[in-house]
Design a protein around this ligand. Structure first.
Ligand code: F6R
Length: 361
């Protein structure tokens, strides 16, 4: 049942405020400025012993894991990174007893992720799951974890589950942070930021008509460049994947800082750039990158907290805490991919060559 929407993708994009409400519900602990995660299976002493976090997933879940890693590193000050599960399992990785492994999956059935979890468990590692489908293979195999509570996702490409997975990581990072060195004040600050998310998501979704017009403006692109820095880079990667999957327009995602090391050679009017430009300590650096693109007559669409003069168009997103900004900046780009694909007449819920869950190698 599409509930009045023309596609499941549109329905699922539109449901995100409620979905985020669900992943937060019942988990916030005001008294200690932290969160309770019932199924984690990791006591405080064990949490203090973690020396490193390795996050494993595929596709969109890998991108959500990248933002998760930066949340864990930022709030809990534990070195963390995200790697495609498929790469990890084939490179005979060193499995370290002080590393916490986290498997990320919407379906909980992706074979490469499941195989990585099984290999880790066989070697005695502790593995948590950040999973949407309750009781799925990865959820059952993991030692514990955080359910994402996005609700059923039917469209082949992931939208609301991406957003909820990142929020689930914010909860986990806050929990680990408050067991370690995150202050009460910072805990409160993040909780207040989390509480603002559903309302801010509604604000973004209310601007859909404007984003639809922008999609029409850029749908003639042969190829698109997506750039962001640090927290903005995984947002760029995810937005470029979404565009590729449903519109079949070629897209590249690069850290803005890498442009001058090669990809700048691609910039011309037929290859517009989407730039992720939050109001954080890297704002001036991002403006400089936009200037370089303009100097090569590239068109720029910025996703930003304030109007960007260097860009041809700006999609405005409400500001949250710096750490939580990536959650919001991806949402208008889901709509951009959606309306681009719609303008090109694509089969949005069932893109060619793709399946909802990849249960084979
Ligand atoms: C992207 C997409 C895929 C999945 C990937 C992992 O829109 O749908 O890239 O994210 O196949 O799937 P899960 O999260 O079910 O493990």
């Amino acid at each position: 049942d599409m509930g009045g929407h023309d596609t499941y993708m549109h329905k699922e994009i539109s449901e995100q405020a409620d979905a985020v409400d669900r992943v937060l519900r019942g988990r916030i602990d005001e008294k200690f400025s932290t969160v309770h995660l019932g199924g984690l299976n990791l006591d405080a002493r064990e949490a203090r012993g973690i020396r490193r976090v390795k996050i494993l997933g595929c596709g969109t879940s890998y991108h959500a894991g990248m933002i998760g890693a930066s949340l864990i590193e930022g709030l809990a000050r534990i070195p963390a990174d995200s790697e495609p599960a498929s790469e990890f399992r084939y490179r005979n990785p060193v499995v370290d007893p002080d590393t916490l492994y986290i498997a990320v999956s919407q379906s909980g059935e992706t074979y490469d992720v499941l195989a990585a979890v099984q290999e880790l468990k066989r070697k005695g590692a502790r593995v948590l799951g950040v999973v949407n489908v309750v009781g799925s293979a990865i959820a059952r195999e993991a030692d514990g974890g955080v359910y994402v509570h996005a609700g059923p996702e039917v469209c082949v490409v992931s939208t609301k589950c991406f957003t909820n997975t990142v929020v689930a990581f914010a909860l986990l990072a806050l929990h680990l942070g408050r067991i370690r060195d995150l202050s009460v004040a910072d805990g409160k600050r993040i909780i207040e930021g989390l509480r603002k998310l559903p309302g801010q998501i509604q604000e973004i979704l209310a601007a859909e008509e404007d984003i639809k017009k922008l999609a029409a403006e850029y749908a003639d692109a042969k190829s698109m460049m997506f750039i962001g820095r640090v927290r903005g880079y995984p947002v760029a990667l995810e937005a470029s994947l979404k565009l590729k999957e449903i519109s079949y327009i070629h897209a590249e995602a690069y850290p803005a800082s890498e442009l001058k090391h090669g990809p700048l050679a691609l910039i011309e009017p037929a290859m517009p750039t989407v730039a992720i430009v939050p109001n954080d300590s890297l704002l001036e650096k991002n403006r400089a990158a936009m200037e370089e693109i303009k100097a090569r007559s590239g068109r720029i669409l910025a996703v930003a907290h304030q109007e960007q003069e260097k860009a041809d168009h700006t999609i405005l997103v409400p500001k949250n805490e710096d750490e939580l900004d990536p959650i919001l900046m991806g949402i208008p780009l889901q709509l951009l991919a959606y309306h681009t694909a719609l303008a090109l007449g694509r089969d949005i819920d069932k893109p060619r060559n793709l399946a909802k869950s990849v249960t084979v190698e």
